[in-house]
Design a protein around this ligand. Structure first.
Ligand code: ZN
Length: 360
C-alpha cells in the first residue's frame, strides 16, 4: 500500500513538473524554461528585473544607515592552543566571532569590501577576517574514528561551526598564504579548493614570506608570480588579487609598483588591494579617502591597547556613528545628510547616493 502511495505521489509530481515547465516557457523565453523547477510561473515574472521596489523600504530613523562609516579588517595569525601576541586560541577566536555576531557584525570578504559589494542586511555592519601565513591551525585535517575530518578547532572548522549556528553570519575570510599552504602538503590542493567552496578567499602573501624592501624588481615579481602559479595550478581561474604585505613592509619606493602588479616568466599578477599590518579600522570604500592600495588592519589578539580588536570594538560601541551600518541595498550608498561630502562614487558608477536626516 505504501509503495503504491509513493508511486502515486511521484506521478503527481512528474505531471506537475511537466505542467510547470510548459508554463515557464510561455512566460519567459530564456533557457530557464528548459530546467525542471518547482517554481511557480509568477516567480519567473519577478525574476528578470529584481529592482529595489521588491525590497522592503527601510526606516532611516530606526536603521540609521551610515555607509560612510569605518570597517574593521581584523588581522589574525596563528590559531593554536597557547594565546600569544600572534596567536589566538580556538576558544578565543570563537568568542571573537560570537561577540561580533551578537553586536550586529556580518562577515564580508576583503575583495567585496574593495569592490563595494557589501551586501548585508539593513542595520548590520561589515567586518573582514584576514589570516596571514597559511599556518596549519588555519585549516587542519585530522583523523577521527578512521575518517579524515576538518579539525573543529582550526579557523576553517570554527568558521563553518559559527555559520551553522548563525546562517546569516557568512563564512567570508581571506587566507593570505605562502608556499606550503596550511602545512599538510598532502591535502594542500584539497584545502585550496575547499576554501573557495566554503565561500572563503585566498590572497597573496609572497611565496617565501620575504622582506620586500630587501629585494629588487625581479625577485619581488618572482615571489608574487610563484604564489599565483601555486594557486592557479589548483584553481585555474581563481583571481588572486589582494595582497597582505609580509611583515607589513613595502618594497623600496622605486619598486613599490611591483607589490601591486607585475609579471614573471609569463605569469601576470595584479592586486586590487594591498593590506598593511596596523593599526586602525579602514574607511568605507565609498569614502573619498579610501585607498585600496593601503588598507589598514586591526590586530585580533588578547591585547587591549590601541591597534587591537578590543580597543576598536569598544570605540565603535561608544561612538556608533563611526561604524559602517548597511542600508541593506547594494544599489544605494546611504549616509546621513551631513556626511554626503565624504562620499565619492566615481569608482562605483552603478551605485546611487541617498541621504537622510533624522527628525528630532
Ligand atoms: Zn606574514
Amino acid at each position: 500500500m505504501k509503495k503504491f502511495f509513493a508511486l502515486f505521489i511521484v506521478l503527481i509530481l512528474v505531471l506537475a513538473t511537466l505542467g510547470c515547465t510548459d508554463n515557464s516557457q510561455v512566460v519567459s523565453d530564456d533557457k530557464e524554461g528548459d530546467k525542471v523547477t518547482d517554481k511557480k510561473p509568477e516567480d519567473d515574472n519577478d525574476k528578470p528585473d529584481k529592482t529595489d521596489d521588491t525590497k522592503p523600504k527601510i526606516d532611516f530613523d530606526e536603521v540609521q544607515p551610515n555607509e560612510a562609516g569605518e570597517i574593521m579588517v581584523l588581522m589574525y595569525h596563528s590559531i593554536a592552543p597557547e594565546e600569544d601576541t600572534w596567536v589566538r586560541t580556538p576558544d578565543n577566536f570563537r568568542k571573537d566571532l560570537e561577540k561580533l555576531y551578537k553586536n550586529g557584525y556580518r562577515l564580508v570578504s576583503m575583495r567585496d569590501v574593495i569592490k563595494g559589494n557589501i551586501d548585508i542586511e539593513a542595520g548590520k555592519s561589515p567586518v573582514v577576517l584576514t589570516f596571514d601565513d597559511g599556518t596549519q591551525g588555519h585549516f587542519n585535517y585530522i583523523e577521527k574514528d578512521g575518517d579524515l575530518v576538518i579539525d573543529p578547532d582550526s579557523a576553517v572548522g570554527i568558521l563553518l561551526e559559527m555559520n551553522e549556528k548563525y546562517p546569516d553570519f557568512g563564512t567570508a575570510a581571506t587566507f593570505y598564504i605562502n608556499s606550503n599552504p596550511f602545512r599538510q602538503p598532502e591535502y594542500a590542493e584539497r584545502k585550496l579548493k575547499e576554501l573557495v567552496e566554503f565561500g572563503m578567499d585566498i590572497g597573496h602573501h609572497t611565496y617565501g614570506h620575504i622582506y620586500l624592501d630587501q629585494h629588487g624588481p625581479e625577485e619581488i615579481q618572482r615571489q608574487m608570480a610563484k604564489l599565483q602559479e601555486l594557486v592557479n595550478d589548483v584553481l585555474p581561474d581563481y583571481p588572486l588579487d589582494t595582497f597582505a604585505l609580509p611583515f607589513g613592509i613595502w618594497p623600496q619606493d622605486e619598486y613599490r609598483q611591483y607589490a601591486i602588479a607585475g609579471e614573471y616568466d609569463g605569469i601576470n599578477y595584479e592586486n586590487i588591494g594591498v593590506l598593511e599590518v596596523g593599526s586602525y579600522p579602514a574607511v568605507s570604500p565609498f569614502n573619498k579617502s579610501f585607498d585600496p592600495m593601503s588598507i589598514p588592519r586591526v590586530r585580533a589578539s588578547y591585547e587591549e591597547g590601541y591597534g587591537h580588536f578590543k580597543f576598536f570594538f569598544d570605540v565603535f560601541e561608544d561612538n556608533p556613528s563611526r561604524r559602517y551600518v548597511s542600508d541593506g541595498d547594494p544599489n544605494y550608498v546611504t549616509v546621513p545628510e551631513e556626511l554626503k561630502d565624504k562620499i565619492n562614487l566615481d569608482d562605483f558608477p552603478y551605485k546611487e547616493l541617498r541621504t537622510y536626516t533624522i527628525d528630532e
